[in-house]
Design a binder for this molecule. Structure first.
Ligand SMILES: NC(=O)c1ccc[n+]([C@@H]2O[C@H](COP(=O)([O-])OP(=O)(O)OC[C@H]3O[C@@H](n4cnc5c(N)ncnc54)[C@H](O)[C@@H]3O)[C@@H](O)[C@H]2O)c1
Length: 278
């Protein structure tokens, strides 16, 4: 039986990828900052039948020792890790660079960039010993060099994550590690991430932004399923698994008049479940 470890998986994309890996009978190790949320997520995931087991461990990805402990835990539970996904991430307050506090900047870089660097290092060390495995990092706004006021540190991190992942893939191949490395590009998902910065503070979305999100955005269930279906069959190094392709975005805009999805209720309450089938 295969095993996947996913960081930041108590909710959002990480949780939903865990759910779909269960459908493929993977053992799943979920991890996040808060134990209570992990227990709840495990209970929910157990409702989806699978031959795989679920284990959880608290892990702050900005601390390499905690990622090392997470890997040790996964190996002690399941002996081998087949897929490791550096998924944990935080959105940023919509501020210009000079308006951000030192602490905000540190958190954004520590989680969004260093979390992926440390996670990649820890996963690679173990997978080299195994002689096999796959590591995936998550792209995001800025990965393709787009710029927007208020997404400076997030974009800096995600652009670097793209470079990091491609470098790691090249090194893995040149050193004949047997490990493959790839990028997951989830497009726009309507999650707590969309409406909150640094995990907590509410972001007031402009009506124009909500309109675009209703056209281009998807639930983390839809995107999670797509990404997992591709990961379980992928054998190639240096792939990009891309949900929102340019052609998909073009079709979405052309058919926007027929779009019935509205992800945002009163006070920006998320209505993702109601929109799942639309
Ligand atoms: N939502 C989007 O539109 C979108 C678009 C592109 C990329 N992404 C990326 O997808 C990934 C998942 O995003 P999401 O939308 O599911 O967000 P989310 O906020 O729903 O989930 C992120 C999870 O990461 C956890 N987390 C935060 N800091 C952590 C830390 N230091 N250590 C461990 N866990 C931590 C949170 O507790 C949360 O459970 C992120 O890397 C994000 O940048 C999101």
């Amino acid at each position: 039986m295969k095993t996947v470890v996913i960081t930041g998986s108590a909710r959002g994309l990480g949780y939903n990828m865990s759910r779909f890996f269960r459908e493929y009978n993977y053992n799943v190790v979920i991890s996040d900052l808060n134990e209570e949320n992990l227990i709840k997520a495990k209970e929910e995931l157990e409702k989806y039948s699978s031959e795989g087991k679920i284990a959880y461990k608290v892990c702050n990805v900005s601390k390499i020792e905690e990622l090392q402990e997470l890997m040790k835990f996964a190996i002690s539970e399941f002996e081998k890790v087949d897929i490791w996904i550096n998924n944990a991430g935080v959105n940023q307050p919509q501020k210009a660079i000079w308006e951000l506090s030192e602490s905000d900047i540190n958190t954004l870089i520590d989680v969004d960039l260093k979390g992926a660097i440390f996670g990649s290092k820890v996963a690679m060390e173990q997978m080299i010993k195994q002689g096999s495995g796959a590591i995936y990092n998550i792209e995001g706004y800025g990965s393709n060099d787009a710029h927007m006021l208020g997404l400076n540190m997030y974009g800096t991190s995600k652009r670097a994550v793209t470079y990091l992942t491609e470098s790691l893939a090249q090194e893995a191949e040149e050193r004949n590690t047997g490990v493959i490395v790839g990028k997951l590009s989830p497009g726009i998902m309507i999650t707590e991430f969309t409406t909150h910065s640094l995990g907590n503070d509410k972001i007031e979305l402009a009506d124009k932004t909500k309109k675009v999100y209703n056209i281009l955005g998807d639930t983390p269930q839809t995107v999670g399923k797509f990404l997992v279906d591709k990961m379980v069959t992928n054998t190639k190094n240096n792939v990009k698994i891309n949900w929102l392709t340019n052609s998909k975005a073009f079709v979405r805009f052309m058919t926007a008049g027929f779009n019935k999805r509205n992800f945002f209720g009163e006070d920006q309450k998320l209505l993702t479940d109601e929109n799942e089938k639309k």
